[in-house]
Design a protein around this ligand. Structure first.
Ligand SMILES: [Zn+2]
Length: 302
């Protein structure tokens, strides 16, 4: 038996999971990302987990999979994300880890790894699906005819900064726009806007939208989500769209029903896209990072 480790690097926390090479669960955990402390700091935390599990289970770690927020060039392994991972931008994480450990390290965007986790977990064979992750920012992974869509530089497709028609703020996103999806639907935006406008958490506003201003705030968010999902449905005709990420439970509780109703009302043209929340919830990224190891090794064998 060998051990596989999956790390899921988010803007705030790193989650990890360890399994055997037969996917038997061993353990999971998390620690603060603290990207601003630089690449050596986060690598040392990874090495500590690696050594800890090798000692605990008295087995070798075979390989490590990493899902990382933001654009990742999977060929060079370069992290291109100065916005949610300051301190790690333009770093070649993978090569540094491989040099230190002498084992294979596989890295991909965290939406792709979470999506791969969902595809691997879901027993129903789906050939075309999209996963949108809502957390500090918005991630997107598009799986078409059994392959992940990769754009220039083998990166994942970006939807976070596409245009929506509504906004709850006059503040610009770091992309320079006010009306972008991330500037209304990300956890950063939801918290910023609800606190600034009402001095409340987003949950408190959604639980009791008892003023016209609160109702507009809620409707703007529902509208922006519908626009993003509808456009993806029209362009790619996926069999399903999976909603996940750190805000999965918030979206599940307050937004998914309304979204499903709106998309279903487009029947029969666009209603064939099923919308569901992540089966793996906040473990999708770390489990999917382990699946990335298997996928890459299978590809190598072919
Ligand atoms: Zn933006």
């Amino acid at each position: 038996m060998s051990i596989l480790i999956g790390f899921d690097i988010g803007g705030t926390n790193v989650k990890y999971m360890c399994t055997t090479d037969n996917f038997e669960f061993l353990e999971k955990g998390s620690f603060p990302t603290e990207s601003e402390k630089g690449i050596d700091c986060i690598i040392n935390k990874f090495l500590a987990i690696h050594h800890q599990v090798e000692n605990k289970y008295e087995k070798k770690v075979l390989a490590i999979g990493i899902g990382c927020t933001g654009p990742i060039d999977i060929e060079t392994g370069i992290i291109q994300n100065p916005y949610t991972l300051p301190g790690l931008e333009n770093q070649i994480f993978r090569d540094k880890m491989e040099q230190k450990l002498g084992i294979k390290i596989y890295i991909d965007n965290d939406a792709n790894t979470a999506h791969l986790g969902e595809i691997s977990k879901n027993k129903i064979l789906i050939h075309n699906s999209i996963m949108i992750t809502f957390g500090t920012g918005i991630g997107c992974s598009i799986y078409i005819n059994d392959n992940f869509l990769r754009v220039n530089g083998k990166k994942h497709p970006e939807i976070g900064h596409t245009i929506v028609s509504t906004s709850n703020t006059n503040e610009k996103c770091y992309c320079g726009k006010i009306h972008c999806a991330e500037n209304i639907l990300s956890g950063t935006a939801l918290n910023r806007d609800s606190r600034k406008l009402f001095g409340m958490t987003p949950e408190q506003v959604f639980d009791n939208p008892n003023t016209k201003e609160k109702e507009i705030f809620v409707q703007n968010i529902k509208r922006a989500l519908y626009e993003v999902v509808l456009q993806l449905s029209i362009i790619f005709e996926p069999e399903e769209i999976i909603i996940g990420g750190g805000l999965e439970s918030f979206y599940s509780q307050y937004l998914i029903k309304d979204l499903k109703d709106k998309i279903s009302s487009m029947l029969p043209v666009f209603g064939k896209t099923n919308i569901r929340t992540s089966l793996l919830k906040n473990e999708a990224g770390s489990f999917g990072a382990i699946c990335t190891i298997i996928e890459n090794q299978k590809r190598k064998e072919i």
